[in-house]
Design a binder for this molecule. Structure first.
Ligand SMILES: *[C@@H]1O[C@H](CO)[C@@H](O)[C@H](O)[C@H]1NC(C)=O
Length: 392
């Protein structure tokens, strides 16, 4: 059936009318909905704007998680003075120190200071070394490979890692300045331009600098705040010190040491009694500030390597069978030392491997060859030592 043109136009126009009606209805509906919404908004009670989050006053690179340790801080720490001190922190008067008495120690010391720079710690980095090396470097340069490495590492420390070199005299007046025993950690007290310094015993691996930065920044200046040797806080350990250097303390230690020869540990334990010379307990609530690598062998079930690394600041290598992480051990000997716990074993292997890689990056040095000492060698060494002493 065919439609005439009149019928077609009627169908078309009624279609158009229908479409317009729909459009009109819809736009009316939308308008009405909008009005309803704005009415609803108008009657609704106004909610107060949330307050801005309180901003902790912290030095630039501090990690909030460590700056506000859980656990009680002693009352005298939260005084107004402390608050003001935090605001006017002078990072030029806070520092990390390393001290080397022998050439073999130098690379590990530079590595630690390099790690602090890599982790963007704002504190100064200081390296104490025997002043005698400077003279020796001039005399022997080009002949003594050990001295050449030392000279290269000292330069690298300054140029690449922003380290301040501090040549030191022997601690005992008139002592032979070529012997490591003539130097003492007590020389740290001569750094009187600094309010607080942290010393870490090397070799070690720094996993996170923020906890240490917080310690430097927020602690009271105390003559000695040492890491406890045991959890019962009966003695100071030599792993870590937070020191307020002073000329009086330097003189006192020098006199004590001059009275009779003793090791640094004897000198320090005699001069700084626990628990008054220990780091405050709130500092310890920051996790493992200092951890000894051999403790990984005591790990119990449920030890988690990820959590361990997150909660640990500094690991000192302390496995008694190994002279240090800078020595290469035959594979089978290394395997014999692995912790039993699988997770602890991973953490242990990671620490040593990371040290090896970093040693190459920072010092350009491979691991040293090490052969396990045989018992008879001891007496031969003694004889040699005696001969050498006699020559001197
Ligand atoms: C260790 O802890 C992390 C973080 O809580 C978790 O993701 C991981 O699965 C844990 N690993 C083991 C072996 O339990």
């Amino acid at each position: 059936m065919l439609l005439t043109s009149g019928q077609v136009s009627v169908v078309l126009s009624s279609g158009i009318v229908f479409v317009f009606t729909i459009v009109l209805f819809l736009s009316g509906y939308v308008l009405q909905q909008r009005t309803v919404h704005s009415l609803q908004a108008a009657i609704k009670p106004r909610l107060p704007k949330p307050l801005p989050a309180p901003k902790p006053i912290l030095p630039p690179t501090l990690d909030v998680k460590w700056a506000r340790p859980i656990g009680a801080r002693p009352a005298n720490d939260e005084s107004l003075q402390q608050f003001l001190a935090e605001q006017s922190l002078n990072w030029h008067r806070l520092g990390y120190t390393q001290m080397v008495r022998e050439h073999v120690e130098l690379c590990s010391a530079v590595m630690l200071l390099a790690d602090l720079q890599k982790m963007k710690s704002p504190a100064k980095r200081l390296l104490l070394f025997p002043r005698a090396w400077l003279k020796q470097a001039e005399d022997d340069y080009g002949y003594n490979p050990e001295m050449m490495t030392t000279k290269r590492l000292l330069k690298t420390a300054v140029r690449r890692y922003g380290v301040t070199l501090v040549p030191m005299e022997s601690f005992v007046d008139g002592a032979d300045d070529s012997l490591s025993s003539s130097y003492s950690l007590a020389s740290l007290y001569s750094l009187v331009n600094y309010d607080r310094i942290i010393y870490l015993q090397q070799p070690g691996s720094l996993l996170d600098a923020s906890a240490l930065d917080s310690l430097l920044a927020f602690s009271d200046s105390q003559t000695m705040a040492a890491y406890p040797a045991t959890p019962d806080r009966q003695d100071i350990s030599m792993n870590m010190f937070l020191i307020h250097p002073s000329a009086e303390e330097y003189t006192r230690l020098k006199d004590a040491r001059a009275s009779h020869p003793m090791t640094d540990q004897e000198l320090f334990r005699k001069s700084f009694a626990a628990p008054t010379s220990l780091i405050s307990e709130w500092s310890l609530s920051m996790g493992n500030v200092v951890y000894e690598s051999r403790s990984l062998r005591d790990a119990v079930d449920g030890f988690n390597a990820t959590l361990f690394e997150e909660a640990t600041t500094y690991v000192r290598f302390s496995d008694p069978e190994i002279p240090g992480p800078e020595y290469d051990l035959p594979f089978y000997e290394r395997v014999a030392l692995y912790p039993q716990n699988e997770e602890a074993k991973e953490a242990w292997k990671n620490l040593y491997e990371r040290f090896r890689q970093r040693r190459m990056e920072v010092c350009g040095l491979d691991l040293e060859i090490w052969t396990k000492p045989v018992l008879q060698v001891d007496s031969a060494d003694d004889a040699q030592g005696a001969e050498r002493a006699a020559e001197l």
